[in-house]
Design a protein around this ligand. Structure first.
Ligand code: C2E
Ligand code: MG
Ligand code: MG
Ligand code: MG
Length: 272
């Protein structure tokens, strides 16, 4: 209809799946366009000490500016899967790494920043080297960068993952397993992947007040992580009840809407 009266178009299912019906630009084109024309931005959410509630880290979360809807943003859940499928995730990863390290370089007193790298990038062995070069060029202390490995459930080869994590830790940055507990092989990963931090999946945290199994599970993960000398973060801390339970369980760090929402101009950056 939008093309005018008395017109018709052939319908192809594959076209419908991979193309946006309004712009007829593929996700790949939109991602390339965003990378080339300043169409991505990072928002930051605080990660706080559980007891003191002091700001310890910031997590950088990517968004894409919506070309169809000025001022609108597209959340990563919509475009990261397409970036992964088309291989463009490599360019997004590099953009996030570069942006973050440049920010850290200009703000020597800001908290350390956690970035997200998809488990699908484990077969990208140059990435740890890219990070270490970038840190060196900008004279940024690697301890100011945390790398959250997301979707580790998508890891097809644990040896690749182990090699990737070892290389990352050799650069001196801190490695965190994101969304821990989500995915069937979590315990195998824990045994084999030498991460510094476990971030407990928000799925368990959100249900804490009403679900005894989640309570047992979160408590168990915290104790287990501590026995392995790892730090724990709980994400999706949405209210005071959840927050209080987590403090009681001994979790180290908390993150969620109860503390703050992801925002472009986070006070933790602005005030430093
Ligand atoms: P994640 O790393 O587990 O990030 C947490 C997600 O939960 C974020 O969604 C955040 O906005 C949201 N969140 C934070 N606090 C709360 C809360 O209290 N309640 C609820 N319900 N949600 C909360 P977002 O920004 O949409 O990101 C979704 C996922 O996209 C991330 O999950 C991460 O896996 C991925 N992602 C984000 N940025 C990047 C990136 O730069 N690169 C890659 N590869 N993946 C990214
Ligand atoms: Mg994350
Ligand atoms: Mg997470
Ligand atoms: Mg998540």
């Amino acid at each position: 209809k939008s093309a005018g009266k008395s017109t018709w178009r052939m319908y192809r299912q594959d076209a419908d799946q991979s193309r946006n019906a309004f712009t007829r630009l593929s996700w790949k084109d939109r991602i390339v366009e965003a990378l080339e024309n300043d169409g991505l931005e990072l928002h930051y959410q605080g990660i706080y000490g559980a007891k003191e509630r002091d700001l310890v880290h910031l997590e950088a979360l990517v968004r894409m500016r919506d070309a169809q809807n000025p001022g609108g943003l597209i959340l990563p859940g919509h475009f990261i899967p397409h970036a992964e499928k088309t291989g463009k995730i490599v360019d997004i990863d590099r953009w996030v790494i570069k942006r973050t390290i440049e920010l850290l370089a200009t703000k020597p007193n800001m908290p350390s920043v956690a970035i997200n790298i998809s488990g699908r990038s484990f077969d990208e062995p140059e990435l740890p080297e890219f990070i270490s070069n970038m840190l060196r060029v900008h004279c940024v202390d690697p301890r100011r960068l945390l790398v959250e490995l997301t979707e580790t459930a998508a890891v097809s080869d644990l040896r690749d993952a182990q090699r990737f994590i070892d290389a990352l830790r050799a650069t001196g940055c801190t490695v965190c397993l994101d969304d821990f507990g989500n995915g069937f092989a979590s315990f195998a990963y824990l045994k084999q992947l030498k991460a510094d931090i476990l971030k407990i999946d928000g799925f368990f945290v959100r249900d804490l007040p009403n679900d005894r199994d989640s309570q047992v599970f979160v408590r168990g993960m915290v104790d287990m992580a501590h026995a392995m000398d790892k730090t724990t973060i709980a994400e999706f801390v949405e209210n005071e009840t959840i927050y209080t339970m987590l403090v009681e369980f001994g979790v180290d760090l908390v993150q969620g809407y109860y503390l703050d929402k992801p925002q472009r101009n986070h006070p933790g950056i602005m005030e430093n």
